[in-house]
Design a protein around this ligand. Structure first.
Ligand SMILES: [Zn+2]
Length: 254
């Protein structure tokens, strides 16, 4: 990462409005606010497993995922185990959001579903927020929903069973990726959930036997969304409801 905090992988410095608003947070901005950010936004392709920042590192870039791109925010144990506390897709942004640009990072951010995103030097975003109360307000409300997602994850891990949590994760991924198969091994999912791989495999098998999902070779396909909703805990809906209340102008539908 450059000392200046400027993006290293630049492509198409002048993105179209259509591309910009494929991140729904950017899409909620009025033209005047979008113009404040657009000179500094750079389109980047994010490969699977790319680490956007690690624990303790200075966060110099904020990423805004587009389309199906999804990034996991993870807390890493002393032994190196990564547990997911939040995931961020096209509805949001990751990097210096809750801390309002103050560094260093407490967690690690890793790309789970590859695709493109826009990135902006976090300092530039903070400058723009300081000049625009509208922009500052939108990102403050987004920081609140991101924090709510983390709070809900703490409660979810304490209260809900592995199958409910597994279904919750699939629902939030399906919200972003649609009917595209999710390319993730059960082993990675087990690690993110902080449980044994054999436990996750048994849950996946039960869901497959009931026709809810199909799995194989590091991919998971959702066959029956409504059945998945019934078997998930309330956490997905709770976070979604809070998001809709705080950010009604952000269109998360397809
Ligand atoms: Zn839950």
């Amino acid at each position: 990462m450059a000392d200046t905090g400027e993006p290293q992988t630049l492509c198409e410095p002048h993105a179209s409005r259509g591309e910009l608003i494929s991140n729904r947070l950017l899409g909620a901005l009025r033209p005047r606010e979008l113009e404040r950010l657009s000179p500094y936004l750079r389109k980047v392709d994010l490969a699977r497993d790319t680490m956007l920042f690690d624990c303790g590192e200075d966060v110099t870039l904020t990423h805004l995922p587009c389309h199906a791109t999804m990034v996991s925010l993870l807390v890493v144990s002393k032994e190196g185990q990564e547990v997911e506390v939040a995931n961020v897709g096209r509805e949001g942004a990751i990097g210096g959001i809750v801390s309002a640009g103050f560094k260093p990072a407490y967690g690690r951010a890793v790309v789970r579903v590859p695709g493109f995103a826009f990135c902006i030097p976090t300092a530039r975003l903070e400058d723009a927020k300081s000049q625009s109360p509208i922009l500052a307000d939108l990102f403050a409300r987004y920081a609140d929903v991101l924090l709510a997602q983390m709070m809900q994850s703490a409660a979810c891990n304490a209260l809900h069973g592995v199958e409910q949590r597994y279904c919750r994760w699939l629902l939030s991924t399906h919200d972003r990726a649609g009917d595209e198969p999710i390319r993730l091994t059960q082993e990675t999912l087990a690690q993110m959930m902080g449980v044994q791989r054999t436990t996750v495999t048994a849950v996946a098998r039960a869901l497959q036997d009931d026709g809810v999902i199909a799995t194989g070779r590091g991919r998971i396909e959702i066959l029956d969304r409504s059945a998945l909703e019934k078997r998930a805990c309330e956490c997905h809906d709770a976070v979604e409801h809070h998001f809709q209340r705080l950010l009604p102008e952000v269109d998360t539908t397809d």
